[in-house]
Design a protein around this ligand. Structure first.
Ligand code: AMP
Ligand code: ZN
Length: 115
């Protein structure tokens, strides 16, 4: 728990969110500023700032996040048509909240490369 982290506060319930899924490793909730019809954030309960801070010990957590992201996509009915998974990292990646999170975006066509 990082006292200054808004996502840690979402995990603790101090800041409200539209919960999609939770288990003992991760929490998923709707993005407050959706960029697609489906825009869900999947975050680990353990606070680490970004993929740059991921260590060998995080392998299980990272695998869990990816599999749950795919399961949520299926559950939300966007799996067959397809979706995009994004992890923004630091300044050039456009990261604004420094608690690692996966963006699950779906329900519309995306272009590549992104801007
Ligand atoms: P990033 O730019 O990759 O760090 O993404 C941070 C995301 O968190 C943005 O898409 C924001 O809209 C989202 N966000 C920020 N505050 C909240 C909040 N209180 N509840 C839900 N999503 C949030
Ligand atoms: Zn945090």
């Amino acid at each position: 728990m990082d006292e200054n982290c808004i996502f840690c506060k979402i995990i603790s319930g101090e800041i409200p969110s539209e919960l999609i899924y939770k288990d003992d490793v991760c929490v998923a909730f709707n993005d407050i500023s959706p960029q697609a019809p489906t825009h869900i954030l999947v975050i680990p309960r353990e606070h680490f700032a970004s993929l740059n801070e991921a260590k060998d010990g995080h392998k299980e957590i990272l695998g869990h996040l990816m599999l749950k992201t795919a399961a949520i996509a299926e559950e939300k009915g966007i799996a067959d048509q397809g979706y995009r998974v994004v992890i923004n990292t630091n300044e050039n990646g456009g990261q604004t909240v420094f608690h690692l999170h996966i963006h699950l975006l779906g329900g519309r066509q995306f272009i590549f490369p992104p801007g």
